[in-house]
Ligand binder design. Structure first.
Ligand code: GLA
Length: 385
């Protein structure tokens, strides 16, 4: 079965350490691993102080780092051609992919981590631009490696905040914090319920194997960039709705109040958020009861809400979702920021092959580029290897 492989962490780590020694001919590096994520449900709710339920992927970014004492930062990536070097201060303006890697070193220093430069080499197995948080995996892997390289105890919430600063302030992507939080706080075998109003997290067991199910991720290969306008426009509509209703965020809004919003576009955006938060609650309850059919039903409602009210789906995502369900998935939905990226399908293990083949065939028949697929076994949070 042609699934994108996550790679064996210890093999990837030792190859990266060797490559680091060749690249920098410097001090031995610390290697850390940070996972990408796929969101089970709760889309565009994080920046509305809502609930989300992501899972850490077995696919991850690996970062090797060694400290420097001269204030210089050098970052290189196996996946990106452009190495970047500059001072820690300049790292606040690093361009392109380096904004995430060097930007997080700047943010850590701002947060009081005693960094005075670093050499960094990264390599990842999270597909890029697929809506699977390759950027959060990059930020978190560099942050964890850098903290270990300078010998400070890992403060996971400090790292989450520094990674969010790198993403929003240095890279300029106005995202909501789900991706960095799950990469740092996930537990293997579980999804992570994050409450962005209460500021709490809790693992929610996801016993896919015992239930005879697999979580299949389909990367549509349609480009997805969160620094483009669509994500920010949705966020602005949500903030406008909250202001109109006189509440601090849509988390405090009721559906009845939302239905009175005069502007139909703003009303539909807010309706998605308010109903999506309820669907997260419903999925957590259904998982507790092992009621997979109910989980699938909420996935279907979530997809329709994102397609019709929030308007962040696209023909490729709709086709992947509809085809997976026709071919035997218990439920499917687009996942992540939208405008391309990936869908997820909860599939009985004996149907996985049929679902993947059906989606591939449907894409070929529609004239779409071939998608790629991953298996999302819920993995652990970021750590030094
Ligand atoms: C992206 C952002 C997240 C979140 C999702 C949508 O992944 O990085 O903060 O808003 O989109 O749920």
């Amino acid at each position: 079965m042609p699934f994108v492989a996550p790679g064996d962490p210890s093999i990837v780590a030792s190859q990266l350490a060797d490559a680091f020694a060749t690249t920098y001919a410097g001090a031995p590096a610390v290697v850390a691993r940070a996972p990408g994520r796929v969101n089970l449900i709760g889309e565009h709710t994080d920046y509305n102080r809502g609930l989300v339920l992501p899972v850490a992927l077995p696919h991850a970014t690996f970062a090797a780092a060694s400290p420097r004492s001269d204030g210089l930062v050098r970052v290189r990536s196996a996946e990106h051609d452009e190495p970047w070097s500059g001072s820690l201060e300049d790292a606040a303006d690093a361009p392109g992919w380096a904004a995430y890697a060097a930007g997080v070193l700047w943010a850590l220093r701002e947060a009081g981590v005693p960094l005075s430069g670093a050499d960094v080499l990264v390599h990842g197995t999270v597909p890029l631009g697929a809506g699977l948080s390759s950027s959060a995996a990059l930020e978190c892997s560099v942050a964890v490696a850098a903290c270990a390289a300078v010998g400070v105890d890992l403060d996971r919430s400090l790292v989450v905040d520094a990674c969010i600063r790198a993403e929003t302030e240095v890279a300029g992507a106005p995202t909501g914090g789900m991706d960095q939080t799950v990469s740092m706080l996930a537990e293997a075998g579980a999804a992570l319920l994050i409450d962005f109003d209460a500021g709490t997290t809790a693992p929610v067991p996801l016993p896919l194997g015992p239930a005879g199910l697999a979580l299949v991720v389909t990367d549509t290969r349609v480009s997805h960039a969160l620094v483009d306008g669509g994500y920010g426009e949705r966020r602005a509509d949500c903030e406008a709705a909250a202001a109109l209703l006189g509440v601090p965020s849509l988390r405090q809004a009721t559906l009845a109040a939302v239905e009175e919003i005069p502007d139909q576009r703003v009303r539909r955006r807010a309706r998605h958020v308010v109903t999506e938060v309820e669907r997260v609650r419903a999925v957590v309850a259904a998982l507790g009861a092992q009621d997979w059919a109910a989980v699938g039903a909420r996935f279907a409602e979530s997809h329709v809400s994102m397609r019709d009210d929030f308007e962040i789906s696209c023909p490729e995502l709709d086709l992947a979702v509809d085809t997976a369900v026709e071919a035997g998935a218990v439920g499917a939905r687009m996942t992540g920021g939208g405008f391309g990226g990936s869908s997820i399908a909860l599939v009985p293990t004996p149907r996985v092959d049929a679902v993947v083949r059906a989606v591939d065939a449907a894409f070929a028949a529609a004239g779409f580029a071939p998608p790629q697929h991953l298996l999302a076994d819920p993995g652990p949070a970021a750590a030094v290897l």
